[in-house]
Design a protein around this ligand. Structure first.
Ligand SMILES: Nc1nc2c(c(=O)[nH]1)N[C@H]1C(S)=C(S)[C@@H](COP(=O)(O)O)O[C@H]1N2
Ligand SMILES: [Mo]
Length: 234
């Protein structure tokens, strides 16, 4: 097992203080060479923030962090868009493919300390889908609802980010089941626990509804650049 990973994982668990469940499964990951890590940490994004947020290590491949999958059959899959909307809709997988498709290249950051830079996802902008349902003025949050009751929450203003999408493919191939097939959310600039896999519904809500990990104490804003992985006890 990689030495840095062992250390960062131990630090992470210590920070969790035993009151929190750790996100993800123990295991190894292949990190980039040290020289590359330092170069990445020193480089900046167009918005001026460092490419590698504090405490993150860049890895070569996406990890499978577990969770409970939903249906494996795309013909059975449905996406419900409801809540504070004027026109609730239910989309089939084909409906999703018939909407405007986008390809994005982004960095993802898991709260356990790994980042996958330059990952390429394909799908539909979340904004495209929410616009179809015509959100009401008091709809201020988006709640992702996934298989087995998993949820996560983001402010509705995030939908204006071009790279917040519902993805069906990773690096040009259909998503592996473990990584959320048929469809998952991708919210690049927040810790990866916001990016619900095996998505089943998108709810527009007037109030914030902390999701599965957020309710356990993981940061509700989930901004990787603050380095703050947990919120003070709410
Ligand atoms: N439905 C569902 N989505 C989920 C999770 C989960 O347990 N269930 N885990 C989250 C967490 S903590 C992370 S880090 C990412 C992991 O995605 P990956 O397994 O594709 O790396 O999925 C997020 N989405
Ligand atoms: Mo995570």
């Amino acid at each position: 097992m990689d030495k840095d990973w062992v250390i960062s994982r131990r630090t992470f668990l210590a920070a969790a203080g035993g009151t929190l469940v750790s996100i993800g499964l123990p295991g190894t990951f292949v990190k980039l060479a040290d020289a590359e890590q330092y170069a990445l940490a020193a480089s900046t994004r167009p918005d001026g923030r460092p490419r590698l947020p504090p405490g993150q290590t860049a890895v070569e491949k996406i990890r499978n962090m577990g969770g409970t999958p939903g249906t494996a059959d795309v013909t059975n899959w449905k996406l419900r868009v409801y809540g504070q909307v004027k026109r609730p809709i239910v989309l089939s997988y084909q409906d999703l493919l018939d909407l405007e498709q986008v390809d994005i290249v982004c960095d993802i950051h898991c709260v356990t300390g790994w980042s996958l830079l330059d990952s390429r996802w394909s799908g539909v902008r979340l904004k495209t889908i929410i616009d179809e349902a015509r959100p009401r003025a008091d709809g201020r949050f988006v709640i992702f609802e996934a298989a087995a009751g998993f949820t996560s929450n983001i402010p509705i203003s995030d939908i204006h980010e071009e790279d917040v999408i519902l993805a069906h493919s990773l690096f040009g191939e259909k998503l592996p089941r473990a990584n959320g097939a048929p469809v998952r959310a991708i919210v690049p600039d927040r810790y990866f626990y916001k990016s619900a896999k095996w998505l089943e519904a998108v709810k527009v809500s007037a109030r914030d509804e902390p999701g599965s990990w957020e309710s356990l104490g993981y940061s509700n804003s989930a901004d990787p650049w603050t380095g703050q992985r947990f919120d003070e006890k709410r």
